[in-house]
Design a protein around this ligand. Sequence first.
Ligand SMILES: Cc1cc2nc3c(=O)[nH]c(=O)nc-3n(C[C@H](O)[C@H](O)[C@H](O)COP(=O)(O)OP(=O)(O)OC[C@H]3O[C@@H](n4cnc5c(N)ncnc54)[C@H](O)[C@@H]3O)c2cc1C
Length: 395
Amino acid sequence: MRTLVIGAGIAGLTAALMARAEGHTVTLVTKGFGGLQLSHGTVDILDAERPLEEKDNLPEGHPYHLITANSIKAGVDTFASYVPLAGSCEETKIYPTALGALRRTSLVPVSMASGEITEGASYLLVGFSGLKDFYPLLAAENLSRQGVKARGVKIELTAPGDTALAFSRSLAEPGAAENLGRRLSELAEGEEIIGIPAVLRQSDFDNLAKVTGRSIFQIPLPPPSVPGLDANERLRAACQEARVRFFLNGQAVGALSEGGCITAVKVQIAGSIKEIPTDAVIYAGGGLESGAILFDSYRTLADTVFGLPVSAPTTDPAQILHGDYNGDPQPLFACGLTVDADMRPLNDKGEPAFANLYAAGGMLAGAQRAHEKSGEGIALGSAAQAVAAIVRSQS
Ligand SMILES: Cc1cc2nc3c(=O)[nH]c(=O)nc-3n(C[C@H](O)[C@H](O)[C@H](O)COP(=O)(O)OP(=O)(O)OC[C@H]3O[C@@H](n4cnc5c(N)ncnc54)[C@H](O)[C@@H]3O)c2cc1C
């Protein structure tokens, strides 16, 4: 079985690994990497206490009505087998953000796990003088206003640059993480849990945590995010190890079909168009955010690869983007492909457009991912459900 995946975001990379685990010959074509490397590295299923139970209360047309809890669990399990995570799909816990807001999520990188906000705990937030994007005194003050016991301290620490990445490289030098760990342990009082900005790769964080001798955690920063990059690199390395054929800088631009099935995908690579034969396609192009769906100056929506119909919550071009920045989520962000329970995009007649074309992640219509905090759950669940449908189609 030859499966071709379009896109290297969380949905495409995970789908590729799942299809490979089923014994498929997998080709992944992507014009670039996706949102994973910009993300916190956390896995949001839904902004609710019990996401898998509450997903069924979402409005009609939401993709979670088609994506089963078992698919979400299967996708998350695959992702977590490559990226060390703590937590569960069944529930959410609350963690502090870099500004001291409280954010709910289901699974977090292991280095963030001790940051769970729990009753009676007190937190020491430590920032570094040379690092932008993390102000420990402000974050601690904001937490205190919300009833969380916290104080902030800034220590002298610089790197050859003021970004998380510069600090990440500097703290990866032999002994650097351990030195910082010793300094941090001297700052904490009583039972304080130490929070630091997320600048360490998991292995460097482990070295630091060993010498502090107390609970310590990382707090996600704005992108580029070290935990997000870490997750992205782990999945990509896993694809290489699993011998997924990878075309970076390969943009899918169309397809050949016969008898209602796609037989090859046309991919623009290095100035020429290559036709890659395939038995099944998983379209994980990210939707509007990654350019697989276009919104033009006439407010028209179009699918750029297969010419599939794109649905949106409103067909009125004047309503699709409203001017109230702090108001309701923009209808535009819920645009995408309507799919059946096998994740196959539907044509204008409401039938699968192609028998062997499946969609996953940000391609699916009906979700306000950033607002609902459902993006990663939809991506992983739909990837798993699409791969399971391909496997069933073989039997
Ligand atoms: C600002 C912002 C904040 C967000 N915050 C949250 C949040 O807090 N919680 C949450 O759960 N979700 C959030 N989301 C949503 C979440 O980021 C997405 O749902 C998720 O990244 C979708 O993953 P994906 O793999 O489907 O797509 P992407 O990560 O977008 O990957 C798409 C891939 O497809 C490739 N591609 C596109 N077109 C083609 C083509 N023609 N040929 C080949 N390759 C192609 C791209 O290069 C990319 O590799 C946020 C999104 C945004 C924009």
